[in-house]
Design a protein around this ligand. Structure first.
Ligand code: PLP
Length: 382
């Protein structure tokens, strides 16, 4: 938060700052989706909808899951929420009792631990052993206790860009089934994948009753501001979530729901165009990071983030002994903003987003390189 306010202050003062902190696509929402929203207003879709979402949208989501993932859900098992974030939070609120444990792989999306705590549950982190930043089924198994209620798996992962392969998910599904716990599978970045094929937790029928599947339009259709996500889950969970929603937000915005309907039902070519732009930028980022001496970075297989390890550049003479210090140093001295790994539970790393134009990326990476070089030189001189 303090880095965010420093960045905002520098920007307000008109400083020359390049930001790689974006957590959302830099593409506009596709025009046909925007037109559907305008039409929704003109046609009077401006009233409350059903709490768990307009039936037509829930049916479209069920059809989309069937077509894309081969899994069959009825509209009664789907709740349309105010973004995927809201879907994860309400799922946790619905299933967790005080003192329950929720297993969370590191590095994690920043909201998960806070949402687990809001649900009166306890965060149990699992740290990956390998450079691919993925945990194993064996690690999951070791972390399960009789207090474990759920496991959150985010693939493709924000911030690492790691994508779990089908065989890895299958092993996890075995562990989840045997332990009788829930898995909250947040697949919000499922469409933003590169060489590696995407595999979904919905493929494992044996854990269907334990799976809370999370997705939405924010990332795939560049619709973060519209606030539409959903969960598909066993009906008792969906009903419990709808109870929370009925007494908090009521329904997701009616106009946004009509826009999401167009996103799921109409032409999809936008997605592939966006992903190929991300892939080109990902390749550029990896090329640049590869040219920096002490940087270690697993190639992101999905998302629009890279999560390099830069601990080798810590320099105590410059007051840089953490990822936070490093980000502050780069922002104050080189005018480039990144997010410290500590925000994602993993010291030593930083997250950089490539949801920005190529020219911005080039400028930002020039600055990162110059900043890191200065830290290394300082260190070597002492
Ligand atoms: N899940 C993950 C892993 C995310 O990175 C984000 C947004 O950054 C979300 C969920 C939130 O999505 P939404 O904007 O639909 O609430």
């Amino acid at each position: 938060m303090s880095l965010t306010s420093l960045l905002a202050r520098l920007q307000r003062q008109g400083a020359d700052v390049v930001s790689l902190v974006a957590g959302q696509p830099d593409f506009p929402t596709p025009p046909h989706v925007c037109r559907a929203a305008i039409q929704a207003i003109e046609e009077g879709h401006t009233k409350y909808t059903a709490v768990d979402g307009a039936h037509e949208l829930k049916q479209a989501i069920a059809d989309w899951i069937k077509a894309e993932r081969g899994a069959v859900y009825s509209p009664d098992e789907i709740v349309v929420t105010c973004g995927a974030k809201h879907a994860v939070l309400q799922s946790l609120l619905a299933i967790c009792d005080p003192g329950d444990e929720v297993i969370l792989p590191v590095p994690y999306w920043v909201s998960y631990p806070e949402q687990i705590k809001l649900s009166d549950a306890i965060v149990k982190t699992v740290t990956p052993l390998g450079a691919d930043l993925k945990i194993t089924a064996a690690q999951l198994k070791q972390t399960i206790t009789d207090r474990t209620k759920a496991f959150i798996l985010n693939s493709p992962c924000n911030p690492s860009g790691a994508v779990y392969a089908s065989a890895e998910l299958a092993q996890m599904a075995d562990v989840i089934r045997a332990a009788g716990i829930y898995v909250i599978a947040d697949e919000i970045y499922d469409k933003i994948v590169f060489e590696q094929a995407f595999s979904s937790m919905t493929a494992f029928a044996e854990i269907r009753d334990q799976l809370i599947y999370i997705n939405g339009v924010s990332k795939s259709y560049a619709m973060t501001g519209w606030r539409i996500g959903f969960l598909a889950a066993p009906q008792p969970v969906a009903v419990a979530v709808a109870k929370y929603q009925g007494h908090s937000t009521t329904n997701a915005a009616s106009i946004s729901q009509r826009a999401a309907l167009a996103a799921y039902r109409e032409e999809q070519s936008f997605v592939a165009d966006m992903v190929s732009a991300y892939q080109e930028r990902r390749d550029y980022v990896m090329g640049r990071l590869g040219g920096m001496r002490h940087v270690i970075c697993a190639t992101p297989q999905g998302t629009f983030y890279a999560f390099p390890e830069l601990a080798a550049y810590y320099n105590k003479n410059k007051g840089v002994t953490s990822s936070f210090d490093l980000c502050q140093y780069l922002l104050e001295n080189y005018g480039v903003a990144l997010v410290p790994g500590s925000a994602f539970g993993m010291e030593g790393h930083v997250r950089l987003s490539f949801a920005v134009a190529m020219a911005t990326l080039r400028k930002a990476l020039d600055r990162v390189q110059a900043g890191l070089r200065s830290l290394a030189q300082q260190d070597e001189a002492t």
